[in-house]
Design a protein. Structure first.
Length: 157
C-alpha cells in the first residue's frame, strides 16, 4: 500500500494597503519617529543598525549635553584666543585664524554629526568589546574636563 502524499495549498495573503512602504523612505522616517515599532532587536543576534527605530531618551540627553559642551568649548576657545592663547588642535587651528563663525560652525557641526552617528550605534559594541554608549559617556566626560580646563585658563589670560 502506498501512502498518499498530501499536498498543501499555500495561503493567499491579502494585498497590502497603500503599496510598498519601502518606496516612501522620508515618510517612513518621519512616521517611525513618532510611532516607533521596534524598541528592541527581534533576535539576540540582531546587531544591524536598522534593528531598532527607537532609542532610549538617555542618548538624547547625552547627545544634547555633548553638543552644548561643544558650543561652550568653541566660545571659550574664541575668548581665550582673543586674550592671547592659541589653538592646540592642529586640525582646528587653521580655522581659528580665519572667521570665528566658520570655526564655530565647523566645530559644532562635526561634533553634532559624530554624536548622531554614535547615537545610532549606541546599542552596538566596537571591536566586539566596548559598548558605543560608553564612548558617548567618555566624550561627555572629556568635554566636561576641557570646559573646566578652559575656565581655569581664563584666570591666566
Amino acid at each position: 500500500m502506498k501512502v498518499e502524499e498530501q499536498q498543501t495549498v499555500p495561503e493567499v495573503l491579502p494585498a497590502r494597503r497603500g503599496g510598498d512602504r519601502r518606496k516612501r523612505v522620508l515618510w517612513s522616517l518621519v512616521y517611525g519617529s513618532f510611532n516607533p515599532r521596534r524598541r528592541n532587536p527581534r533576535r539576540a543576534s540582531d546587531n544591524a543598525l536598522t534593528a531598532v527605530d527607537w532609542h532610549h531618551p538617555q542618548w538624547l540627553a547625552i547627545g544634547t549635553l555633548i553638543v552644548a559642551f561643544s558650543c561652550g568649548d568653541a566660545f571659550l576657545t574664541l575668548v581665550l584666543i582673543g586674550r592671547g592663547a592659541y589653538e592646540m588642535n592642529p586640525f582646528m587651528a587653521p580655522l581659528v585664524g580665519g572667521s570665528a563663525v566658520a570655526f564655530a560652525l565647523t566645530k559644532i557641526g562635526l561634533t553634532a554629526l559624530g554624536v548622531l552617528l554614535l547615537t545610532q550605534l549606541a546599542r552596538l559594541r566596537t571591536f566586539g568589546r566596548i559598548p558605543v554608549g560608553f564612548i558617548l559617556y567618555s566624550v561627555l566626560a572629556i568635554y566636561g574636563t576641557l570646559i573646566y580646563y578652559e575656565f581655569r585658563l581664563l584666570n591666566y589670560f
